[in-house]
Design a protein around this ligand. Structure first.
Ligand SMILES: Cc1ncc(COP(=O)(O)O)c(C=O)c1O
Length: 394
């Protein structure tokens, strides 16, 4: 039997990622594949590094897309900074902080957790207390935008605390980069990683990473070799840097993709892009509240890129999301772990953060709520959202 031609649905991706891929990125991916040391590819690598520095707001020389998804970049950050027996303070207020703690432990760290309830940010004073209690801690790991809860973590104070204690600050900016300001140098972040499939509107497959000189010093001066050959930055940097020493076969088409995605981001301009995300999120929030739902993440600490919505009693999580997918081709995300079945995660990311998408999703929810007999007057959510847009332009 011959397996049929690939024909996935054209979905509107409004979940926690992947987000809608920009058509220019898809076009770039279909360009000719050249060799991984071809001068054309080396130029692509240089372009990616230069644009990533701009988007991350860093002067770090070693800034490049790791071959792999966001979790690969998380692992690459941690395995280079941690040696067996090191103490690492890891902030946990959701799934991805939890994953960071797990990865740090796997690389031999003694993990000191700083916890906050899901839906709330980490208190910088708790980080300070942990560092006071463990002055030998080499690293503080934290998630900037927690995709499982929708919390946006203020970073300035934490950078300052880490600097005073001499600990390296490692930041996950997977769900923030390209959607809200990310200031690696200003915040005193020494290692940061992201993903492509969120606010950069590129398929998953490579993941931005950046190391400060201080962080690189730590990787070079460690007692033993980095436990991962693939992610050892002292080896990989020779491929991305001037030496161009073969390390592994670069993911050529994915490099084309991130190059084009970064071009799209910088053409729009970071400030305009952040404003577009903020407005889409504000309109979406107005709409879901008009449907009688409420926001989950603590007010004042919500990331516009990932909006978490608490379901009201009677609203059937799975049934509504199935209808969205089957009847409207819209994907939104359900809750993870302790909030599974209790919240939705609605992404307003990159190319997807538009008025048209907000209105389409809210109209679909209005129709489904009506069909399923939930309260909420038809038209109210769309009206609330369009008011936000109207006020923004007036
Ligand atoms: C905050 C955060 N960190 C890390 C990851 C892991 O990235 P990936 O799924 O691309 O491996 C994700 C993925 O959703 C994420 O949202």
């Amino acid at each position: 039997m011959i397996i049929g031609e690939l024909n996935p649905h054209l979905r509107l991706l409004l979940g926690p990622g992947p987000s809608p891929v920009h058509p220019r990125v898809l076009k770039a991916m279909s360009s000719h594949v050249v060799g991984h040391l071809d001068p054309d590819y080396l130029a692509v690598m240089d372009d990616c590094q230069q644009m990533l520095r701009q988007v991350l707001n860093t002067r770090n020389r070693v800034t490049f897309p790791v071959s792999g998804t966001g979790s690969a970049a998380m692992e690459a950050s941690i395995c280079n900074m941690i040696e067996e027996g090191d103490t690492a303070v890891i902030c946990v207020n959701g799934v991805f902080g939890e994953r960071m703690a797990d990865v740090a432990g796997r690389y031999g760290a003694k993990v000191i957790r700083v916890d906050a309830p899901w839906g709330r940010p980490i208190d910088p004073q708790d980080v300070k207390k942990a560092l006071d209690a463990h002055p030998g801690a080499v690293l503080v790991g934290i998630v900037h935008a927690e995709t499982s809860t929708g919390v946006l973590q203020p970073m300035e104070e934490i950078g300052e605390i880490c600097r005073k204690h001499g600990a390296l600050l490692l930041m996950d900016c997977v769900t923030s980069l390209g959607g809200v300001p990310v200031e690696v140098d200003k915040w005193g972040v020494e290692v940061a990683y992201s993903g492509t499939q969120k606010c950069l509107s590129c398929p998953p497959g490579v993941a931005p990473i950046t190391f400060s000189e201080r962080a690189l010093g730590r990787a070079r001066e460690r007692k033993g070799k980095v436990k991962s050959w693939y992610f050892d930055v002292t080896l990989v940097e020779k491929y991305w840097g001037q030496e161009r020493v073969y390390h592994h076969t670069g993911p050529i088409s994915m490099s084309y993709a991130i190059r084009e995605a970064l071009r799209v981001v910088l053409e729009e301009g970071l400030e305009k892009r952040f404003a577009r995300h903020a407005l889409a999120s504000q309109a979406l929030r107005a709409g879901v509240e008009a449907l009688g739902l409420s926001m989950f993440a603590q007010e004042g600490f919500r990331t516009p890129t990932l909006n978490t919505v608490t379901l009201k009693p009677g609203v059937e999580d799975g049934a509504v999301r199935r209808r969205l997918l089957n009847d409207f081709d819209i994907e939104i995300g359900g809750g993870l772990g302790p909030v599974a079945g209790k919240i939705w995660r609605i992404g307003m990311m990159g190319h997807g953060a538009t008025q048209a998408n907000v209105v389409y999703l809210l109209s679909a929810l209005e129709v489904i709520f009506r069909q399923m007999g939930y309260t909420g007057s038809v038209g109210s959510a769309v009206a609330a959202a369009t008011r936000v847009y109207a006020e923004a332009v007036s």
